[in-house]
Design a protein around this ligand. Structure first.
Ligand SMILES: Cc1ncc(COP(=O)(O)O)c(C=O)c1O
Length: 351
């Protein structure tokens, strides 16, 4: 940690790695998590936001006063909005309606316009967030389409920064690297770098049930048709150019139920307030670790902050309505907000 920074963008990267204990108790392996919520925008996407804008400026695709347009699940939008606030660009973000209210609100707070589209439509449907973003790009003068799913500056940034950080922080002692894939930039960039350092290292992708990436890796074709799921930011219904399957050694499928349950365990047992895609990656890592013959050092990417999911993963009503919390009497849980009147009534006290 430097004493002082010239401006906020200098604080992106150099995020901490924390050893996990209670949630992997009894395992012969060592589990570590790279906590990307320590980036100023709260997610791993701050890293690529700088790279996407730098690349566009260098190629003359983005000029002063320009507008940045992106199809995003929120975090890349936040990273781009952060950089744009410093550099004076306008931002328009197109997001599927499954994305949390918190993510929409923080983007607006950074001055961005947010366009919401239906989640459950085919990628090529004109109403999809990818199609609406493409339409906006066609109609908006002096704009730059960040195009994180196919822009090579994305994985390249992780190859140049995140991968080397992990290797240095783990003192070159790492056997397995696990991450989810949305654009694929993180796992493809980090995976390529770490394998150059240790060719025996295994790169494992944790993939939500309902995503097509697992099938494309194992069967080179879609076997189970894509289906909606609640975990945000990971998994796909199309194959982004930035998902480099040749870098990966294995895939583990994880259900929403497993991911949301682990999201709750991480904050309750490790005091790690992270998003469901972090928990999904950890569940995938634990499943993969059960196949390992020798005790191994396993690092899992934790992409973002749990605060963006207070109305979902950390909301008992939402969790119950979606079947992820069963048999819990919400009126009796300890961690509930209650009025002083209710407290006194429950305790039999009087004012
Ligand atoms: C919460 C969250 N987790 C994981 C990812 C996946 O990262 P990548 O796009 O580098 O594959 C994203 C990407 O948007 C994300 O927002």
């Amino acid at each position: 940690m430097k004493k002082r920074y010239g401006q906020i963008l200098e604080m992106i990267g150099n995020t901490p790695i924390v050893r996990l204990s209670k949630v992997v108790a009894g395992s012969p392996h060592e589990f570590y998590a790279k906590i990307e919520s320590f980036n100023p925008g709260g997610s791993v996407k701050d890293r690529i936001a700088v790279a996407l804008i730098d690349g566009a400026e260098k190629r003359g695709e983005l000029k002063p006063g320009g507008t940045i347009i992106e199809a995003t699940s929120g975090n890349t939008g936040l990273g781009l909005a952060l950089v744009s606030a410093v550099k004076g660009y306008k931002c328009i973000f197109v997001m599927p309606d499954k994305i949390s209210e918190e993510k929409r609100a923080i983007l607006r707070a950074y001055g961005a316009r947010v366009v919401i589209t239906p989640t459950a439509v085919e990628p090529e449907d004109p109403r999809s967030y990818l199609s609406v973003a493409a339409k906006l790009v066609k109609e908006t003068p002096n704009c730059f389409y960040a195009n994180q799913y196919h822009n090579p500056d994305n994985p390249e940034r992780h190859y140049r920064t995140t991968g080397p950080e992990i290797w240095e922080q783990m003192d070159g002692q790492l056997d397995v690297f696990v991450a989810g894939a949305g654009t694929g930039g993180t796992i493809s960039g980090c995976g390529r770098f770490l394998k150059e350092k240790n060719p025996k290292l295994k790169v494992v992708c944790a993939d939500p049930v309902g995503s097509i990436l697992y099938d494309l890796f194992y069967h080179k074709k879609i076997v189970d048709p894509p289906a909606p799921y609640k975990v945000e930011g990971v998994g796909e219904d199309m194959l982004p150019e930035n998902v480099h399957l040749n870098v990966m050694d294995d895939f583990e499928r994880v259900s929403d139920q497993e991911a949301f349950a682990m999201t709750r365990r991480l904050i309750a047992e490790e005091a790690l307030c992270v998003g469901p895609s972090s928990a999904m990656a950890l569940v995938g890592a634990i499943k993969y670790s059960e196949k390992l013959k020798t005790p191994s050092k396993i690092l899992v990417m934790f992409p973002d902050n749990g605060r963006a999911y207070l109305s979902k993963a950390f909301n008992d009503v939402w969790m119950t309505e979606n079947g992820f919390l069963k048999g819990v009497d919400l009126a009796k849980t300890f961690n509930r907000v209650m009025s002083a009147e209710d407290l006194y009534k429950e305790m039999g006290w009087s004012f």
